[in-house]
Design a protein around this ligand. Structure first.
Ligand SMILES: C[S@@+](CC[C@H](N)C(=O)[O-])C[C@H]1O[C@@H](n2cnc3c(N)ncnc32)[C@H](O)[C@@H]1O
Length: 308
């Protein structure tokens, strides 16, 4: 882990101070994704990866330095939602943004990485047959619990059979009841993740998920403004939240034709690809999406900005 942290050091130790590894959620997410894909033998020439909501994270630069061919995507700069992220230095609009810390040689980036705008709520159909997909700290920012869950299900269509998806998100440590179910940042509860995992398993995919939240002093500290750290758990609204990751291995065979989606999700007529079920976009199913829209609790609290 320390080796990965050092490899991406320019992204978190901007002044190159040589400081010891920093207990920060974001650094944990990046390292987790790197290790998950490296450990599964997916970081090599001939491996194709697809990133979502990449912002200025260092992952595309590291993957490219292994020789992977990548399509790295982020919300289009002209999308009204992108301004917030570019103001906080977390949005990519060009290839240059993906290597701003100089982790990969520029010529290697140019050879191996294509940047294109893509909305995670409407994944372009031509993005398919990848060996791996990834996102860090992104699918909780799609407006609702349902939109993030729909993204996870839909992006499986971008993988070849046996391909691997690794996505990190925001996890509500303090509540499996009330949560932030809609707004700029949503907090997934254990029951939301379990529901998503069940659906993925019904589709024949293998899912690894770990709910243990650690018991070291850094794990037990809950950070709050002015953020003295450690920054693994933070207070957000009235909840304690942290990062969690999903590793999903795509089924080698298509899902059984007898499979039917969980109430609230609909498949495209011809196949298994799930449609996005965001409340504003899909008319007529809003009432069936109630569980996701408000977390089943009536809470739809918006939060002002990303804490990560
Ligand atoms: C918190 S930032 C994370 C950026 C980067 N992955 C990181 O780890 O630093 C959230 C990212 O999600 C992107 N994003 C938000 N909504 C999106 C959408 N609907 N489609 C695609 N990307 C989106 C933002 O533009 C931003 O790049």
């Amino acid at each position: 882990m320390v080796a990965w942290a050092d490899r991406i050091r320019p992204a978190w130790d901007k002044t190159q101070s040589g400081a010891p590894v920093f207990f920060h959620r974001k650094v944990w997410e990046w390292i987790y994704i790197l290790e998950a894909l490296h450990g599964r033998g997916l970081l090599h020439e001939d491996s194709r990866g697809l990133g979502f909501g990449v912002g200025t994270d260092p992952l595309a630069a590291v993957f490219a330095s292994f020789g992977c061919d990548l399509v790295a995507t982020d919300l289009a700069a002209e999308d009204s939602g992108a301004g917030h992220w570019s103001d906080s230095g977390q949005h990519a609009a060009t290839l240059g943004h993906l290597n701003q810390d100089g982790i990969c040689e520029e010529s290697v980036m140019e050879r191996h990485v294509a940047f294109r705008p893509a909305d995670m709520r409407q994944i372009p159909a031509d993005l398919d047959d990848f060996d791996f997909t990834w996102s860090a700290c992104a699918f909780e920012h799609l407006g609702s619990l349902a939109a993030g869950a729909a993204f996870i299900l839909n992006q499986m269509e971008c993988l070849r059979p046996g391909g691997v998806a690794v996505h990190t998100t925001e996890f509500n440590v303090s509540s499996n009841g009330a949560t932030l179910g809609a707004g700029d940042t949503v907090l997934y509860r254990r029951r939301d993740i379990e529901r998503l995992v069940r659906t993925l398993q019904q589709l024949g995919h293998r899912v690894e998920v770990d709910f243990s939240s650690g018991d070291s002093p850094a794990d037990l500290h809950v950070d709050a403004p002015p953020w003295p750290g450690p920054h693994l758990k933070i207070r957000l609204d009235r909840f304690v939240t942290t990062s969690m990751a999903l590793i999903i291995e795509k089924s080698a065979a298509p899902a059984s034709p007898s499979w039917r989606p969980t109430a609230g999700w609909r498949t495209r007529a011809a196949g298994q690809r799930l449609r996005f079920s965001t409340v504003p976009r899909v008319r007529g199913v809003a009432s069936r999406l109630r569980h996701w829209r408000d977390g089943g609790t009536g809470h739809e609290d918006p939060v002002p900005s990303c804490p990560c």
